[in-house]
Design a protein. Structure first.
Length: 331
């Protein structure tokens, strides 16, 4: 069983937290920390469009290199692509013994950001987007988080991570202990095999099979994409059994007898290969080389993926559904 914490001693955060970036996670951490009584300074690059929002919230703001001076904790809440560059910008100004905090393990795990031995390196990664982290905190709830320690220079790094997690509200929902390796590798695997890669290809394969079989694309779209949300909502609420309880016996029989024929041993073999590429660092090397080259392949693949019948049909049908909702008079 995983170790799940609910408590953190916020008083350990006696110094300043430098929050680098004011995007999805950055704004949520900065505001929740401030509301928990922690001193915060936001670090933004020159000309950042977020500056007005930070000032409006009444938070101190400086450049990343300035914000990290005298900070007890430096939170890297920037896009993962820019962490190595921003780390180089701030490294000379880090206070001795300050902790580096990440919300995702990729850069530390694959050695793109390596802190000197005197610094704690910790992770507090909320399991939800930033606006939910902020909204639930304001409502008195919290978003669960995973926490980890990569480097324990102070001997107190875990307690520091727990304190930070408690201050952003994660303690209310639960803070699960993990490692940078486990968080990074499971996150990459999940998004590749199931959440993004697996699901989008399953939808596309189902849609194209029906259309090639002579069925109307609009009907195929509703069947293979639109209804997926309704099914996933049931799974999210009650697990696989809960969903099966709600659908017809016909659907359940088809699910249980046909599902394993679609996601068969070949798919599982491919999943193992993906996991090995993640564990060996092969995927990371490929993605880092792509980032270094300015992401030309990603741009091309994104273009191709947007230019297909499923996407064209979906765009039209979603516009239609929005119009129909808008035309329903208010009760
Ligand atoms: P984001 O893209 O929403 O925000 C990034 C912020 O950094 C923006 O304010 C942007 O203006 C600023 N920025 C961009 N380049 C910069 C630079 N060179 N110098 C200074 N500032 C710069 O990022 P995010 O989605 O909040 O992700 C931050 C971290 O949190 C990442 O490590 C990510 O993996 C992790 N994370 C994100 C989520 C999520 O749901 N978004 C969930 C868990 C963890
Ligand atoms: Mg993830």
């Amino acid at each position: 069983m995983a170790t799940i914490h609910h408590e953190g001693n916020v008083e350990l955060l006696s110094g300043k937290v430098a929050v680098l970036g004011y995007g999805s996670q950055g704004h949520a951490h900065a505001l929740n920390l401030r509301d928990s009584g922690v001193e915060v300074e936001v670090g933004l690059r020159e000309g950042s469009p977020s500056r007005a929002a930070v000032e409006e919230a009444g938070l101190a703001v400086g450049t990343p290199a300035d914000a990290v001076r005298d900070a007890q904790i430096v939170s890297f809440l920037l896009p993962d692509q820019v962490h190595p560059r921003v780390y180089e910008e701030v490294a000379a100004n880090l206070a001795p013994g300050s902790a580096l905090l990440f919300a995702h393990g990729f850069n530390v795990h694959y050695g793109r950001v390596t802190a000197p031995a005197g610094h704690d390196v910790i992770m507090v990664a909320p399991k939800g987007p930033g606006h939910i982290v902020r909204r639930l905190f304001e409502e008195g709830f919290g978003t669960p988080a995973v926490i980890a320690v990569e480097q324990d220079a102070s001997g107190n790094a875990l307690n520091l991570a727990l304190a930070y997690g408690a201050a952003i509200g994660a303690g209310r929902a639960g803070m699960i202990e993990t490692t940078f390796a486990e968080e990074t590798e499971t996150d990459l695997f999940g998004e590749q095999a199931v959440l993004c890669g697996g699901v989008t290809e399953l939808i596309r394969a189902g849609f194209e099979t029906l259309v090639e079989g002579g069925y109307q694309p609009e009907v195929a779209y509703y069947e293979c994409l639109h209804e997926l949300k309704l099914i996933v909502d049931l799974i999210w609420e009650g697990g696989l059994s809960g969903m099966r309880h709600s659908v017809s016996d016909t659907a359940e029989f088809g699910d249980l007898t046909r599902g394993p024929r679609v996601i068969d041993y070949l798919v599982r073999e491919q999943m193992k290969v993906l996991l090995e590429e993640i564990q060996s660092g092969g995927f990371a090397r490929e993605w880092i080389a792509e980032m270094d080259a300015g992401e030309p392949r990603l741009a091309e693949l994104r273009q191709q993926a947007g230019d297909q019948e499923l996407e064209r049909v979906g765009k039209e049908l979603r516009a239609l559904m929005r119009r129909e909702r808008a035309e329903v008079p208010a009760a």
